[in-house]
Design a protein around this ligand. Sequence first.
Ligand code: ATP
Ligand code: CA
Ligand code: CA
Ligand code: CA
Ligand code: CA
Length: 599
Amino acid sequence: MGGCTSKPSSSVKPNPYAPKDAVLQNDDSTPAHPGKSPVRSSPAVKASPFFPFYTPSPARHRRNKSRDGGGGESKSVTSTPLRQLARAFHPPSPARHIRDVLRRRKEKKEAALPAARQQKEEEEREEVGLDKRFGFSKELQSRIELGEEIGRGHFGYTCSAKFKKGELKDQEVAVKVIPKSKMTSAISIEDVRREVKILRALSGHQNLVQFYDAFEDNANVYIVMELCGGGELLDRILARGGKYSEDDAKAVLIQILNVVAFCHLQGVVHRDLKPENFLYTSKEENSMLKVIDFGLSDFVRPDERLNDIVGSAYYVAPEVLHRSYTTEADVWSIGVIAYILLCGSRPFWARTESGIFRAVLKADPSFDEPPWPSLSFEAKDFVKRLLYKDPRKRMTASQALMHPWIAGYKKIDIPFDILIFKQIKAYLRSSSLRKAALMALSKTLTTDELLYLKAQFAHLAPNKNGLITLDSIRLALATNATEAMKESRIPDFLALLNGLQYKGMDFEEFCAASISVHQHESLDCWEQSIRHAYELFEMNGNRVIVIEELASELGVGSSIPVHTILNDWIRHTDGKLSFLGFVKLLHGVSTRQSLAKTR
Ligand SMILES: Nc1ncnc2c1ncn2[C@@H]1O[C@H](COP(=O)(O)OP(=O)(O)OP(=O)(O)O)[C@@H](O)[C@H]1O
Ligand SMILES: [Ca+2]
Ligand SMILES: [Ca+2]
Ligand SMILES: [Ca+2]
Ligand SMILES: [Ca+2]
C-alpha cells in the first residue's frame, strides 16, 4: 500500500519545512510520542460497526438517508466514495480519523507478535484503572430534559433537549452524548476533556456553535449546546447535486473563513473541518452556518508545530501527513470544501485511503474539467491559493477573506490575522541587513496585499502618531480575547515582541515586518517584483558583508561546504550581497525559524 503507509516514492520531494524525522511514516512505525498522539479508542474501533470508509462496495453507492434520522449504528452504510459528490457520498463522517486507520493496520500486523500481545494486555489492564471523572456537574436529570436523537458520530450521538429551569427554561438545545464505555484509553478521555475545554473557552463568534454546559454521570458525558436545526452543510451540498453558484459558494465560505480565522487567532486549530461539521441554524435557505465538533481540535501556540496525524482523509493537509503543521492545515480543508462547493467533485480522490493520501501529497487538483472552464479566474485562483501544498504559501483564513473573489462580492470586516504576530516576531529578530531587504521588498507590494496590511495595521490600534506599540497590540488582543488565548499562550508570545516596547512601528515598517516572502513569491509578478526590490536595495541598504556574517544571518554554520555555497551569494567585485544572496537572505530567516520550531 502506498500513501501514508509506505515510504514516499522517489518522486515525492522531501518536505523542506518539515523536521527531519517528519517524513511519512511507514506501516509499522510508531508515533513519535505514543503517549501524546491522539489514538482514538482502539478497542472501540474494533467493535465499531463502521467499515473502513474506503471499502469499495459498489452496490451501495447511495447515501443512507435514514442515518440522520436517528438510526442506530447498524444503519451506517459504507458506500463507494465516488469522486462526484452529486452521485454519491460516503456516509457522513465515516471517514475514520486517520490515526485509527494507521493504528488498526499496525495492530493487525502486530497481533501475531507475542511482545505486542503482551503490551495489549497491559493496555487493557490499564483501562480498568482509568479515571473517567471529569468534574462536570452531575445534575443533568434535574436541569435538562432529553428528547430524541438528531445526529450521530463516531464517538457519540446528539439529542434535542430542553432546559427544565433557570434562565434558559424551555429553550431548545442539543446535547451530544459521549458514552464513557467508548473512552478506553487515557488519551480518549483527554480528548473529551479537551473538546469541552475548547468549546467552553471559545465563545462569542456568530458562526461557532454556542456552548452552554457539560454534565456527566457514570455512563456518559453530556455536552449541552445551541441547537442547530438546519442540518449539515453536507446535506445541502448533496441536495443541490453538489453544485453551487459562485455567489452561493461565497456566502458559505465567508462564514467558514470568518470563524476559522477567529479560532486561529485564539490559538485553536480545529483539525476536522468538513461539510459534516458545519450545521445550519434553521431550515431556511439563508440561515446561519455554525462550526461544530471540536473533538479533534487542539490549542496551538503561535510558534508551535503539531505532529499528530488526525482529521478525515479527503480533507487532510499534506503537512499533516508530514507531521509538522499548525493552523494552515485548517485552511487546506477549507480549500477542499471550496473545491467541492464549486464543482461537486473532490479534489483529491482515490479508492483507498492510502491513494487519497498520495493524491494529497502529490497530485494537483484538476481545474480543466467542467464546470471549471466556465468559472471565473478569481474563483480558481482563490481555490488554488487555499490548496497550495506549501503551507507557507497558502493564504490564511483572514487573507482569504481579502481575496478579490470574496472582496468583490461583499464588504467584510477582515479579522485580525495571527500570522501578523509571527511575522513581526521574526522581523524583530532579524539583522538590519535583512530588515533593509524586507523594506525594499515591501515597496513592491500589490494593491491587494496593501489592503490586507492596512486592515491588519488598523486592528493593532496605532496611536495618534500612526505608530503601533506593544501596548496597542496588547489592547487590540484584549478586545479579541477569549479564554482560549491563555491556553495557547498568546500573551507569552507577546513578550517576544518586546522590541516594540519603547520604539513604535509605523505603517511603512509594519509592511516590511509583515510581508510574507513565501506568499509574495507565489504571485505571478514575483520575478518582476524581486528584481525591482533588489534595485531598491542596491540604492538603499546593500552593503559589504563577509561570509561568516552572512552564515550567521542565515542561521547556518560556516563550515567549508557552506562557505562554498555562500560564496556565490556575495558579489566578488565589491563584497556586497549579490541578487542571489538577496533572495536567499529574504527567505533565510524562515529557514532558521522552522529549524527552531522543530526543536
Ligand atoms: N448543536 C447541534 N445541533 C444539532 N445537531 C447537532 C449538533 N451537534 C451535533 N449534531 C449532530 O450530531 C452529529 C454528531 O455530532 P459530532 O460531529 O459532534 O459527533 P462526533 O461523534 O464527534 O462525530 P464524528 O464522527 O464526526 O467525529 C453531527 O453530525 C450533527 O448531525
Ligand atoms: Ca457525523
Ligand atoms: Ca462530526
Ligand atoms: Ca468528532
Ligand atoms: Ca497541544
